[in-house]
Ligand binder design. Sequence first.
Ligand code: GLU
Length: 421
Amino acid sequence: MSHSKKSPFEATLEKMRIAAERQGYTPDDYAPLMHPERELAVSMPIRMDDGSIQVFEGYRIQYSTVRGPGKGGIRYALDVDLEEVRSLACWMALKCAVVDIPYGGAKGGVTCDPTQLSKMELERLTRSYTMKIAPIIGEMEDVPAPDMNTNAEIMGWIYDTYSKLKGVISRGVVTGKPLELGGSAGRQAATGYGVMLCTHEAVKEVFPGQEEGLRVVVQGAGNVGMVAAKLLHERGYKIIAISDVTGGLYNPEGLEIEAINAHASARKLFDIYTPGTGTQRISNAELLGLDCDVLIPAALGGQVDLDNVASLKCKLLVEAANGPVSPDAEDWLFERGIPVIPDILANTGGVIGSYLEWVENLSQLKLTPEDYNKQVATIILNGYAAVVAMAKEYQVCYRDAAQMLAMKRLIETTKQRGIWP
Ligand code: GLU
């Protein structure tokens, strides 16, 4: 439980306001960016496999389209609500601005427990949700993508439903699709790839010349955490702990990442993993408090707050999940000189990968896997360098710098476009 009284969205707005004012902008400049442009709440009555009817609620929020079409994932989870989707939509607008890709920010969600739905129920729910949000999404309007508990197959259903409804082939309406439907091979690993690149850049600054063998702890073994762990391991880092929903695996000498990756890739949880020599099981709380060089929370939001931040022993924290560290916990880390690479920079690899998929769909051209990864790297590293430059110029932490960069780009675009009518 966080001690912070402000909701995550209010806290973000406050940071956005400060980020704008620090650069001399006035309320007239930033006021248009302090409100979501459009919020849609929908309900989906679904016939369940047993013949009964269940009504689900969902949202699609376009926080900003000032820099381009709305962009952002769709999450399926029990705690999805308007407020959470609004925060996440706002963060997408900031993220796309930080790495300078031509999108605004949006997010969607359906309040449901996908583990309790059959595949057919999941498909009916997804198609019904797509029909309800179809009036506001589109290749040039708003482009959804996967997020928590959604995947390529679900994106395929969205693409199909939308295209049939509109009577057009609209590959660019959604990203993170299966390859046969216009997806990009590199998209799935793109978030973890970006996390690895940002971690490596940060490490070069924090531990110059001593990258080899640095001890990394990763919370989360999904599409982001596992990929980042694997790629960091390949670069010579020592992954000493990783966790999933059932708890963590820990080996101070370095984990057997290939075996753990093979286990997780087979969709098996760690509670049925047979640990290698020297590897032991630990709890999630123990994992966060491990003595390490780099901590990468890559699971859920709200993992580090004032209640547990004092137990952290990392020297650098990279936010791979959305919002894993509360603002007051971040202040605590900042005061102790522990840098945090913020989510709105560190996990942008996913949306950058989506952008490239969308470019491929619109142009009907295909990048080679090498060119695709090269582009992801160029875009995220340019964003990283711009954040570092901003942090140096204003002597602020990386999150404040990322917010300032995003606000500057959003405000300048708003001013150039003008207020109409
Ligand atoms: N859901 C991912 C995120 O939070 C990716 C969004 C996208 O690809 O549009 O950044």
